[in-house]
Design a protein. Structure first.
Length: 272
């Protein structure tokens, strides 16, 4: 495939990503957000959003395979390496986040179990959708454009993770007052997106990225499952902006994802 065709393919993949995000944003803002006024409607909205993401994921999967001829398959090969070895720094971050977000339980585990399952389904849907879009489609398209050289892989990971980070600006639609939190999230997501690119490149297994992504997001909500006033706590968490100090600390900590990714790419066999 020549460079002109690769450029066309890259432009088309970015266009698809933008359209997909806009369609989802309009769907949530117009069809869901106005009706969230109670715990029951909040929970229903979460399930509807997860369903929408899974539908978009199926569409993306078909598009990636048929239109771009990128074969993304469910396979065992490379999964454990991607999940446990290349994603080791993410496993550590998941454990830290799990412990750091601890809140005294107001329910027993069995009482909280339905909400635990609820949050896991929602966050796993996020992981599936965003990994298909940003690693399955965009990272592949950037690789075709820049080439499978060492420089090409670095550039592909940087540019596709930057797009992934910028996607999170969409959160200002729903929480326009969280300017600092959203800015930090854009940087943070770009850093972790770089690592996801490396995990996918090294393991050739997108399922490992999807699961790591889902679990990472899940631990941010896990302790909410044990709250008696889940709806109010969720509203509060989405209405209070982060402090500058915590924002800087978050960015510094997330820079370890980039360092881990760079070190893993340096250990790859040199490519011409």
């Amino acid at each position: 495939m020549n460079q002109i065709e690769n450029k066309r393919k890259l432009f088309l993949s970015i266009l698809i990503a933008v359209i997909t995000m806009l369609v989802y944003a309009v769907f949530v803002n117009v069809c869901i957000a106005p009706f969230i006024q109670s715990k029951s409607s909040f929970l229903t909205a979460g399930i509807v959003q997860a369903g929408a993401r899974l539908v978009l994921s199926v569409i993306l999967w078909i598009t990636i395979n048929k239109l771009f001829h990128i074969k993304i398959k469910i396979k065992k090969a490379g999964f454990l390496k991607g999940f446990l070895w290349y994603g080791l720094i993410l496993i550590i971050a998941i454990l830290f986040q799990f412990v750091g977000n601890y809140q005294p339980p107001e329910k027993t585990f069995l009482e909280a179990l339905p909400m635990i399952v609820y949050f896991f389904i929602i966050t796993l849907a996020i992981g599936i959708y965003e990994e298909l879009l940003c690693r399955g489609l965009l990272f592949h398209s950037f690789r075709d454009y820049f080439g499978d050289t060492n420089k090409g892989i670095y550039l592909s990971a940087i540019f596709s993770s930057f797009v992934f980070g910028m996607m999170h600006l969409m959160n200002l639609i729903w929480s326009p007052t969280l300017i600092l939190s959203t800015t930090c999230q854009v940087i943070y997501a770009s850093f972790v997106g770089f690592l996801f690119c490396v995990i996918y490149y090294r393991s050739e297994n997108l399922i490992a990225c999807m699961l790591l992504h889902g679990i990472f997001d899940f631990t941010a909500y896990f302790w909410f499952s044990f709250s008696e006033n889940l709806f109010q706590k969720t509203l509060d968490s989405n209405s209070v902006d982060i402090s500058i100090g915590n924002g800087v600390l978050l960015i510094l900590l997330s820079s370890t994802f980039v360092i881990s990714g760079i070190l893993q790419l340096r250990n790859c066999p040199k490519q011409i």
